[in-house]
Ligand binder design. Structure first.
Ligand SMILES: *Cc1c(COP(=O)(O)O)cnc(C)c1O
Length: 367
C-alpha cells in the first residue's frame, strides 16, 4: 500500500540523529521546560521570521491560547472558514466567542478575501485564516482589510510550515501564528506538539504564563492558565527535523510538479499555486467528479487517499445546537469533489508514477 505520510521511511532517514538527541534528554534528568525547548523556540521562530516562539502541547492549544491572550471572548466574533480541520473553529468557541464563517476561494481552498467585508459587524474582533493544505491564504488582502477595520489576525499555519506569501513565511505575517507538530504535518513530532509565534513581546510573555498554570514564577499564579507545554524529548526531535524541513518541502513540490504534468489532460483539476504563493503541499488535493469512484479505484490498486474534509465544520454534529445556518456554496460544493493523493517526501519515483498512472487509467476507463 502506498500510504499518505511515510513516517516509517522518515524515521529511517534520520533515526541516528533522533536517537542521539532523545538519548541526551533522557540521560539529562530534565524533561519539561528546559534547554531543548528554549533552543527549539528560538530556531523555529527565527526560521519563520518571528521574534518569539512559545511551545505548547498541540496546534489546537496554540490556537486556543493565541485567541485567549488577544483577549477574545464572549460577545466577540471571529471570521474564519468552515472548510478546515475542526480545531480551528473549536478554538473560537472554547474561548466563548462566536465563529462567523466566510466562504473559500475555489482555487486556493483558503478564505476568500472578497467575502470577508460582507461579514464584518461591530462585534468582529479578528480574522482567523487557515493556510490549508500548505497553500497560503492571501495575506496582503487580508492584512489590508484587518488594518481598515482594526482587527487582529491569527494565522492557522498548522498545515503550512515553510509556506510563503509574497516571500514572507506564513505564521509571522499576522499578530500571531499557530503551528501543529502532529506527526504527519510537514514538521512533526513523535506525538503531539505545537507552537505560537509572534513579534509582540507582551503577547509572548502572556503565552509563556498561560501554558504554565498562569505562573510567572514558582508559587505565584497571576491568572488561570492551563498545562500545555512542548516537552524536552519532542523539542529535541523537532530540532533535528527542522534542519530537514526545507529539503522535505522541496521534495513535496517536486512530486506535486510531476503530478501536475501527468494529470494535466485528464479532466481532473490539479492544485493551483497563486503568484503570491509558495505552496508546501502538506496535501496534494485534486478536484474531480465521481470522486468516490476514483478513491475506490485507487484503493484497489493499493494507493491510499483521503478526503480533507468530507463535512464542512459548521455542519458537524458537535455544533448542531449553535445555529450555524450560513450558506457557503463553494465550501459545500468542494467537499464532494476533493481528494488528497499521497505526496510525502519519501515516495519513490516509481510510486509517484504508479499513482499518476492509476489516476490516468481511471479517466480512460469507460464508465
Ligand atoms: C492539525 C491541525 C490543527 C490542530 O493541530 P493539533 O496539533 O492536531 O491539535 C489545527 N488546524 C489545522 C488546519 C490543522 O491541520
Amino acid at each position: 500500500m502506498i500510504d499518505l505520510a511515510g513516517l516509517k521511511e522518515q524515521y529511517n532517514e534520520i533515526s541516528q540523529e533522533v536517537r542521539q538527541a532523545v538519548h541526551k534528554v533522557l540521560t539529562s534528568g530534565w524533561y519539561v521546560l528546559g534547554e531543548e525547548l528554549e533552543r527549539f523556540e528560538q530556531e523555529f521562530s527565527s526560521y519563520i521570521g518571528a521574534r518569539y516562539g512559545v511551545g505548547v502541547n498541540s496546534g489546537s492549544d496554540a490556537l486556543l491560547l493565541a485567541l485567549k491572550v488577544l483577549g477574545i471572548g464572549p460577545g466577540d466574533e471571529v471570521l474564519t472558514v468552515s472548510h478546515t480541520f475542526i480545531s480551528t473553529v473549536d478554538s473560537i468557541i472554547r474561548n466563548g466567542a462566536r465563529p462567523v464563517f466566510v466562504d473559500i476561494d475555489p482555487d486556493t481552498f483558503c478564505i476568500d478575501p472578497a467575502e470577508i467585508e460582507n461579514r464584518i459587524t461591530e462585534k468582529t474582533k479578528a480574522i482567523l485564516p487557515v493556510h490549508l493544505y500548505g497553500h497560503p491564504a492571501d495575506m496582503t488582502q487580508i492584512g489590508a482589510i484587518a488594518r481598515k477595520h482594526n482587527l487582529f489576525i491569527i494565522e492557522d499555519a498548522c498545515q503550512a510550515h515553510g509556506a510563503e506569501c509574497d516571500e514572507r513565511r506564513v505564521g509571522a505575517i499576522g499578530h500571531v501564528g499557530c503551528f501543529s507538530f502532529y506527526p504527519v504535518k510537514n514538521l512533526g513530532a513523535y506525538g503531539d506538539g505545537g507552537i505560537v509565534v509572534t513579534n509582540d513581546g507582551t503577547l509572548a510573555e502572556k503565552l509563556i504564563r498561560s501554558r504554565n498554570y498562569g505562573q510567572p514564577e514558582k508559587n505565584v499564579h497571576t491568572f488561570i492558565g492551563i498545562n500545555s507545554r512542548l516537552d524536552e524529548i519532542q523539542a529535541a526531535a523537532l530540532r533535528v527535523k527542522l534542519k530537514f524541513l526545507d529539503r522535505w518541502n522541496m521534495r513535496r513540490r517536486q512530486i506535486a510538479e510531476q503530478y501536475d504534468v501527468h494529470l494535466s489532460h485528464t479532466g481532473i483539476i490539479t492544485p493551483i499555486e497563486k503568484k503570491y504563493a509558495r505552496h508546501v503541499y502538506h496535501q496534494y488535493v485534486i478536484k474531480c467528479r465521481q470522486r468516490d469512484a476514483l478513491q475506490n479505484f485507487l484503493f484497489q490498486r493499493e494507493i491510499d487517499t483521503q478526503i480533507h474534509y468530507p463535512v464542512p465544520v459548521h455542519k458537524q454534529r458537535a455544533y448542531q445546537d449553535l445555529g450555524f445556518d450560513t450558506y457557503l456554496p463553494v465550501t459545500e460544493r468542494v467537499c464532494g469533489e476533493i481528494l488528497s493523493l499521497p505526496v510525502h517526501p519519501w515516495l519513490s519515483e516509481q510510486e509517484v508514477l504508479k499513482v499518476a498512472n492509476a489516476v490516468q487509467a481511471y479517466r480512460d476507463t469507460p464508465a
